[in-house]
Every structure is written in structure tokens, then in C-alpha cells.
Design a protein around this ligand. Sequence first.
Ligand code: PAZ
Length: 308
Amino acid sequence: MGTCEEFYSTNSPPNDYEEKQKLLREFCELHIKNKQYIVLITSGGTTVPLEHNTVRFVDNFSGGVRGAASAEYFLKSGYAVIFLHRLKSLEPFTRHFSGQKFLEMLDLDEKQSSIKVKSTFVDTVAPILRSYKAAQEGGKILYINFTTLSEYFWLLRAACESLYDFGPHALLYLAAAVSDFFVPPNEMATHKIQSGSGPPKIQLQLVPKLLAPIVNNWVPNAFIVSFKLETDENILISKSRGALNKYKHNLVIGNMLQTRRTRVIFVSPDNQEEVKLSREQIIDGIEIEKKIVHKVVTEHCKFIQKQS
Ligand code: PAZ
């Protein structure tokens, strides 16, 4: 596996990198003045292009529910939010209106000259709209998008650099599904891979782990939470604890692909705790992110108190 430095020296920044870097800097400058708590949420999956002129890429399942829902609960808890997400993955607030659901909520009036929300949906839409407006008008959320693994690398580093001065008031909530494998640029085809040349032999390389520089160099005083996804329950705890021991950050939240909407496990240096939705909570439409964020915020506050 190459190092992170090698990765940055061989993968160019995104075209709009400087623009996004500036947005991140300005957002952080604004919020540091008020000694604001701030969270960087990563959300959605990275792509791994197979060609420089990309037609095909390796992708993953993550649609960004965890990140988008969590962003809403962090805003409710008073945090400023940097939402570093995969382009076209779910976003806070609009996630409630995706697809046909949105049109189902609307009605044309009798003269067909105006559109309104059906009365049965007003109680659902109003609080979401209120929270959305409060976040937008208060400048409480910054949306930064990525698509490829390399864009994610560059933008995550830029976001961390902007957060350095927040010290322990910064919280990293790394929920994105980041590819473990990639094709280095010098081994990537330039143009669309042709089927006429037979089955392609694509050798994927290991992606260097970003947690090491995040914890040791970029935001050494921040409260850092990573997520660990597995599909085999037998290795979930050992892999989560392994990551915690290796990178020495604050918390790993383990989850299983199959049950991630209703159960997670908090693994910290001295504890391990399951967080679950009860049957009643599932029926009532409670989201597990509400419980996760509540617990993370509690741990973050304790962490800040310890530092001061
Ligand atoms: O995007 P989503 O809500 O469907 O899934 C969330 C998740 C499973 C990607 C997240 O909870 C997670 O575990 N992220 C880290 C994945 C990993 O690199 O292990």
C-alpha cells in the first residue's frame, strides 16, 4: 500500500478545488468567531474510475441516509455542519421529498393556477421546511460534494485543515463509504476500455488509510468518530476495536449492512455499547440517527469538558 503523501502527489486535485477550499475556509472563519461547535460529516460512497476519460467506475451501495439524517440532528443540537457528500446522494431536508413522494404531497388548485401542499402533509412538511430555513438563513450548513475517491481525499484534507483551529470543538463524523481499492492514475486506461481487446485485466491497489494523518496531523485535537461497516457479524466488534487501537481516535460506530437502520455498536477505548431501535420506535418512524447523534454529542461534550 502506498502512503497518503504518495496518493496526493499522484492524484490531482479536483478542478474546482480552490473554490471549495475557499468556501470551507470562509465557513469556518464565520463559525469560529462564536466558539461554535462544528461537525464535519462525510456521507455517501466514493467512485473509483477505471479510465481517465471515465465511462466506467467501481461504485458502492451507500446512498447517504446515515449522513443526511445525522446532519439534521446535529443542526438541531446547535452544531454548524460541513456536509461533505457524494454528488447526488441524499442531502439533509430534501431527503424527505425524493422521487414520487414529493409529487404525492402536492395538489393543483381548482383553477389549476397554483400549487399547494395537501392538507394531510402540512404537518410533515412544515417542521422540515422550518428547520431547512433556519439552517440556510443562519448559514449553519455548508454543502461540499465529491464523486471520486481522489476528490474525497483532497476535500477531506481541505476540510480538516479549515477545522484545525476549532481544537476539541470540532467533531469528525466519518460515515462515508470510502473505497479500499483503486486504480492508480499511471495504471489507468486513458480512453474507454474496449471489449474488442478481450477481458480487461484491472489490478486494483490498496487505498492508504486517511485516519492516520487525520488523527496525527490534520485535526489532532478534534473528537473523531469513524464508522465501520461489515457483513459478517463475527468480525464486526474485532474490526471496530482494531481500528480504534490502530488509529487511537475517540469512537468507532460499528454497523452491519443488513441491520444498519435499526442497530449500531459504539466501540470506545473503555466501553462497548449497543444502540438499537425498539419495535415501537421503528413503528413510530424514529430514526436511529437521532439516537446515534444524541450519544455522540454527549460524548463530544464530555471530551470538551475534559480538555478545559
Ligand atoms: O449510506 P447509508 O445510510 O446507506 O449507509 C451508511 C454506512 C453503512 C455507509 C455507514 O454507516 C458506514 O458504516 N460507513 C463506513 C463504511 C466503512 O467504510 O466501513
